[in-house]
Design a protein around this ligand. Structure first.
Ligand SMILES: [Zn+2]
Length: 255
């Protein structure tokens, strides 16, 4: 009798334990999280899902792209960036890319290139190098972006208080940095006509040199890339300069 009672009690305990395990399998927060992450998140109705198509790109002129970037920058400045359905855009961009512009930017981490124009997946080619200088690899990238992939605009984007430009002004020397800064020095030559104090402590002078460095890059692109020069002459693309202000987030397009 004792044995029967013992077996019965053991069976009851086992049943309770198994039942508790099953319940915990269904209800533990960790398992719920796992279940949810296996399902593709549903985009909200207001998110941008569409990426640039070949037709969108073809329909744009260089001036339309400039206007588009200016409007995107206004949204960035007023903290009204477009909400994107990144997963939807990832999926719809797998077939190809049709960006509207190529942005040649400095590497400065305070210049988030896509964001400052309210752009995302498939919108822009972005080439980044300290001091937004032009070398053979950047030229090749721009030729690829415009001639092969159809971008309509090249923007050389300088920015406030550029460390690379300041380094060139202070004649800094370090490993491969020396050769990089040497490419910025022609902008100092171009800035000889600056009326105020010509030193790195003067923000107006640094801004002047940054803008001349942007102009030099534009000249170098046209000088060293017959492919892009021809596209400019035919009106297929434009190459413009711009300057990013840290305090306001404004991108001013240079004349
Ligand atoms: Zn910089």
């Amino acid at each position: 009798m004792k044995n029967i009672f013992y077996l019965f009690t053991t069976a009851m305990i086992l049943t309770a334990v198994i039942s508790a395990c099953n319940n915990s399998k269904d209800n533990s927060p960790k398992d719920l999280e796992k279940k949810e992450s296996n399902e593709t998140p549903k985009p909200e109705a207001s998110l941008r899902e569409k990426v640039m198509s070949a037709d969108d790109q073809k329909a744009m002129t260089p001036d339309m792209v400039i206007q588009n970037l200016k409007e995107g920058n206004q949204r960035y400045m007023s903290n009204k960036l477009t909400a994107n359905d990144y997963i939807g855009m990832m999926h719809s961009s797998t077939h190809g890319q049709y960006p509207e512009a190529f942005i040649l930017s400095c590497i400065d981490s305070r210049v988030p290139v896509e964001e400052i124009f309210d752009k995302t997946i498939g919108d822009l080619f972005v080439g980044r190098v300290a001091g937004n200088i032009v070398d053979e690899d950047e030229l090749g990238s721009m030729e690829y972006g415009c001639k092969i992939s159809g971008a309509k605009l090249i923007v050389v984007l300088g920015h406030e208080s550029c460390g690379a430009v300041k380094g060139a002004l202070e004649n800094e020397k370090l490993g491969n940095v020396t050769a990089l800064l040497a490419r910025i020095k022609p902008a100092m030559e171009k800035s000889k006509d600056f009326a105020g104090e010509k030193n790195v402590e003067n923000p107006a002078y640094v801004e002047y040199v940054v803008k001349n460095n942007v102009k030099n890059s534009i000249e170098n692109i046209q000088l060293k890339s017959p492919v892009l020069k021809e596209m400019v002459n035919k009106g297929e693309i434009k190459i413009v300069g711009a300057y990013y202000n840290f305090a306001t987030g404004e991108v001013s397009f240079l004349q």
